[in-house]
Design a binder for this molecule. Structure first.
Ligand code: SF4
Length: 107
């Protein structure tokens, strides 16, 4: 299981609480950001999909059928939002029902 360093977790929590992220010195709100495309080369390299249920759990790095972006330690923004910023894909938002191979459990 992958863990997030305490310092990074605190930084992510602060950003999530604020409902915003800072990209390139500019504060961005989730609603301003473009949605990550499944065709994006970085998304493809991380096996990102908008629909986690479409992924065979046996092919996952940490096999568990209930892994989604909404319960990943790297997601930011507000609980309940359909599209949320993610630390792995700066400047884009990912689907809360999505998944990628970097998924990490919240600690
Ligand atoms: Fe979703 Fe987590 Fe992957 Fe970001 S790192 S795309 S929140 S599973």
């Amino acid at each position: 299981m992958r863990k997030i360093p305490r310092r990074k977790f605190i930084q992510l929590s602060a950003a999530a609480a604020a409902g915003c992220i800072v990209v390139g010195g500019r504060t961005s709100y989730a609603s301003d950001l473009p949605q990550l495309s499944e065709d994006d080369p970085m998304a493809q390299s991380m096996k990102y999909t908008h629909d986690a249920s479409s992924v065979d759990a046996s092919s996952r790095t940490n096999p568990a059928a209930d892994q989604t972006c909404a319960n990943c330690a790297l997601v930011q923004g507000n609980d309940g939002d359909e599209w949320r910023p993610c630390q792995i894909f700066p400047g884009k938002v990912v689907n809360a029902a999505g998944w990628c191979s970097v998924w990490a459990a919240k600690t």
